[in-house]
Ligand binder design. Structure first.
Ligand code: NAP
Ligand code: MG
Length: 405
């Protein structure tokens, strides 16, 4: 079979530690033998980010704006210990944060579902995707500790206009204060990213907040979603036979526990933070969770939800055997390849991505797994493979399937 051609590149963002090792293996065993891979490559290893004063991170984000599709390897987020370990010029910002800011995107977390790992919630049959609004609310709140009696006053000074009194509250003793905000533009981008993702995946979209209590703040989120849905997406949703519905968060939580899954659940910043941890824990393993950044302009960046798996990397450096699960990183690649295929009308590329996903799932369902799954997979016949064997097992199956084509 001749190799699959690509018309346009994918932005390839390389990273750190164990996931950098997986990255190369995935390319060598699963992609390069079958695809004439075209990528616009950026090395976001911490060493190179330091060398380029983090310019490479900015360049990679602008490249995604240009090419529309990117795939990213996990990267180290620098902290004090890493500054020491890598002798860094400074504590560089999280690359994911920088890329998200530039693309103004929303992160969607989606579990990879296999039949022999049962979610903790027995009714869940399909994946539940979480979209978390990643701006404002409690994450950028102003907090204040009231240490004695006094008055709290908060005003809003409009440019060249009147001043509004927002709050006037008497404290008779100790207390605490928190002031939150959000911006309409950011909520709109979030809403558009959610509607685009649901349409892309052809799944229903649920959105929930606490608007019964928060009659202005949460209600504003609800109104924005409603308005954008009606003006920009309703017809497309109807055409694709999918639904958008808003419900109170209390009701959503109860429904999620009884539903079979297969939908996108959009949540405000804090709710999304907490619920995405709950959903990923209930679906099994962090190593089976993918993460997709979608911008309101329809730019897509695919990655694994887990980090660089540092502990395994140090074992690898000592020459010890590792059994690191590459599923989420493989799915990041297939997600990007499929999206590239869709944008370029490249059916062979789409078919390849689908086939590779299927092959990975089949391999796990037949019991060929990495160590992290050994307690989760319900089956008597399991074979625990090392990092490389796991990928080779998938590569062999893939080669055989492709030889029939
Ligand atoms: P982590 O890399 O996700 O790993 C935490 C632990 O989870 C691992 O030690 C391992 O447990 C298990 N695990 C995660 N992924 C696995 C996989 N694919 N296969 C098998 N086991 C897996 O989180 P971390 O150790 O907290 O963070 C390491 C580095 O990653 C940090 O520098 C952090 O800044 C960075 N990070 C990057 C991203 C990103 O780029 N998106 C996200 C999160 C963290 P056992 O050791 O028990 O086997
Ligand atoms: Mg969390």
């Amino acid at each position: 079979m001749n190799k699959i051609e690509m018309q346009n590149p994918i932005v390839e963002i390389d990273g750190d530690e164990m996931t950098r090792i997986l990255w190369q293996m995935i390319k060598d065993y699963l992609l390069l033998p079958h695809i004439d891979l075209k990528t616009d490559y950026y090395d976001l290893s911490l060493i190179n980010r330091d060398k380029t004063d983090d310019q490479v991170t900015f360049d990679s984000a602008y490249a995604i704006k240009k090419h529309k599709v990117g795939v990213k390897c996990a990267t180290i987020t620098a902290n004090a210990q890493r500054v020491e370990e890598y002798k860094l010029k400074k504590m560089w910002k999280s690359p994911n944060g920088t890329i998200r800011e530039i693309l103004d995107g929303t992160v969607f977390r989606e579990p990879i579902v296999v039949s022999n790992i049962k979610p903790t919630v027995s009714t869940w049959k399909k994946s539940i995707v979480i979209a978390r609004h990643a701006y404002g609310d409690v994450y950028s709140a102003t907090e204040y500790f009231v240490d004695k009696a006094g008055n709290l006053r908060c005003t809003y000074d409009k440019d060249n206009d009147l001043t509004d009194n927002v709050l006037d509250l008497r404290f008779e003793g100790e207390g605490i204060v928190q002031i939150q905000h959000n911006k309409t533009e950011s909520i709109k981008s979030f809403a558009r990213s959610c509607f685009s993702y649901a349409l892309d995946k052809k799944i229903d979209l649920w959105f929930s907040t606490k608007d019964t209590i928060s009659k202005k703040y949460d209600h504003h989120f609800k109104d924005i979603f409603d308005e954008i849905y009606k003006q920009e997406y309703m017809l497309e949703f109807k055409k694709n036979n999918i639904e958008y519905f808003y419900t109170l968060i209390d009701d959503a939580v109860a429904r999620v526990m009884r539903d079979e899954g297969g939908f996108l659940w959009a949540l405000k910043n804090y709710d999304g933070d907490v619920m995405s941890d709950m959903i990923s824990a209930a679906f099994g393993s962090l190593a089976m969770m993918t993460s997709i950044l979608v911008s309101p302009n329809g730019e897509f960046e695919y990655e694994a939800a887990h980090g660089t798996v540092t502990r395994h990397f140090y074992r690898h450096l000592k020459g010890e055997e590792t059994s690191t699960n590459s599923m989420a990183t493989i799915f990041a690649w297939t997600g990007a390849l499929r999206k590239r295929g869709q944008l370029d009308n490249n059916n062979r590329l789409i078919e390849f991505a689908d086939l590779l996903d299927k092959t990975c799932i089949e391999s796990i369902e037949e019991g060929f797994i990495t160590k992290d799954l050994s307690n989760l997979v319900k089956s008597d016949k399991i074979t625990v493979l090392n990092t490389e064997e796991f990928i080779i097992n998938i590569a062999d199956r893939l080669k055989e399937k492709l030889s029939w084509k």
